[in-house]
Design a protein around this ligand. Structure first.
Ligand code: PLP
Length: 373
């Protein structure tokens, strides 16, 4: 086995970029509470305000619209509970930090590729005069499928509703112009783009209604109480700056998918009919459960996820693939492969070779017999 591990699980978390590490070390050395008025505090404050500008540049917002949070989960929760809208509509493929926040939220269906049904969204918005909050993600964490965000923004605006977009997986991968797209609230997470875990941002369009649920100091313009995580924010902004031009890895992803589908013609790429992030591939290995694939590839020195990985590390049925109408027997065979800033072409070739070895091995053994989900 080649000694260098291959990490192809950037949608779970992306390794820390060296520039982010450097910025964090510098901020840790610097110390200071940004709310203090003395020089030490002023230095920490300057670090945060510089960071705000870099994060704003990633999504086309004003720096003052950026509120630093502890990550994507907090940002998503804060909008769903704090927009003031009681009627909430979320897409069927949202991350749990959106999908599970408001009990009784309306669920907007998706098509077989995982793309939001725009006609259904229009019907749902028209079904009640009560103003709504609509939450639809920019890009899906399991399949990489990109939503028609500009169309959603237009529909939502025309209905007098507010639009939240979870851009945790899209930030630093595709261009985002939050204002041009009609987004009122946008969530980001540092560790998905090469920053540290435990820090992110909620970008609030100027004038968008928002009541925070935290009580405490007046940090972040009274929008998020609590002393700011200065080293985390410094690392986040350095990673955001490095990621500002996005990722274009479509050639490598196409090479990977065509090689795997050639090896196993019954393999299926989920969301293949829709625009997708160029770093993500969610693909089935016919007849082989994802846990088996993840373990075998790990033994071969390759880190990937099951398509349905959940936070506990266990594999459950994927709500995303289910919403796309994929049978359970097929969705349990879905593997998620996601590239990132430090991926090299040789990583893809190693994955193809290890995937082929496993597929050939199991095709010749009992494991390839249909297994109970
Ligand atoms: N939203 C999406 C689409 C995600 O993929 C994730 C993390 O996997 C989150 C939100 C949560 O972000 P965080 O880990 O920063 O809380």
């Amino acid at each position: 086995m080649n000694a260098t591990p291959v990490y192809l699980d950037h949608n779970a978390t992306s390794p820390l970029r060296p520039v982010a590490y450097e910025a964090m070390v510098e901020a840790l050395r610097m110390g200071g509470n940004p709310s203090s008025v003395h020089r030490s505090g002023r230095r920490a404050r300057a670090c945060i305000e510089g960071a705000r500008g870099k994060v704003a540049a990633l999504v086309g917002s004003l720096p003052a619209e950026v509120v630093f949070t502890s990550g994507g989960t907090e940002a998503n929760n804060a909008v769903l509970t704090g927009s003031g809208r009681k009627r909430v509509l979320v897409s069927a493929v949202e991350h749990d930090s959106v999908r599970r926040v408001v009990p009784g939220a309306g669920v907007i269906p998706v098509d077989r590729d995982g793309v939001v049904d725009l006609a259904a969204l229009e019907r749902m918005l028209a079904a009640s005069p009560e103003p709504a909050l609509v939450s639809v993600m920019f890009a899906n964490n399991e399949t990489g499928v990109l939503q028609p965000v500009a169309d959603i923004g237009r529909i939502v605006r025309a209905a007098g509703a507010l639009f939240h977009c979870d851009a945790v997986q899209a930030g630093g991968k595709v261009a985002i112009d939050m204002h041009g797209l009609g987004i009122d609230y946008l969530s980001l997470s540092a560790h998905k783009l090469g920053g540290p875990p435990g820090v992110g941002a909620l970008v609030l369009r100027e004038g968008a209604p928002f009541s925070p649920d935290r009580v405490g100091g007046g940090q972040e313009g009274f929008r998020r109480a609590g002393t700011e995580n200065v080293p985390g924010i410094a690392g986040f902004s350095a990673a955001a700056e490095a990621a500002v031009n996005g990722l274009d890895m479509a050639d490598w992803r196409n090479r990977l998918e065509s090689a795997l589908c050639e090896l196993a013609p019954a393999a299926r790429v989920f969301g293949a009919g829709a625009p997708r992030l160029s770093n993500t591939s969610c693909i089935s290995m016919p007849g082989v459960r994802a846990e088996t694939q993840v373990m075998a590839l790990d033994l071969a020195g390759i880190c990937v996820s099951s398509g349905a990985a959940c936070s506990s590390g266990k594999v459950g049925p994927s709500a995303v693939l289910e919403a796309m109408g994929v049978d359970l027997s097929e969705s349990v065979t879905a593997l998620r492969i996601s590239f990132g800033w430090n991926t090299v072409f040789g990583d893809i070739e190693r994955l193809i070779a290890a995937w082929r070895d496993l597929y050939v091995r199991v095709s010749q053994s009992d494991i390839s017999r249909p297994q109970a989900a």
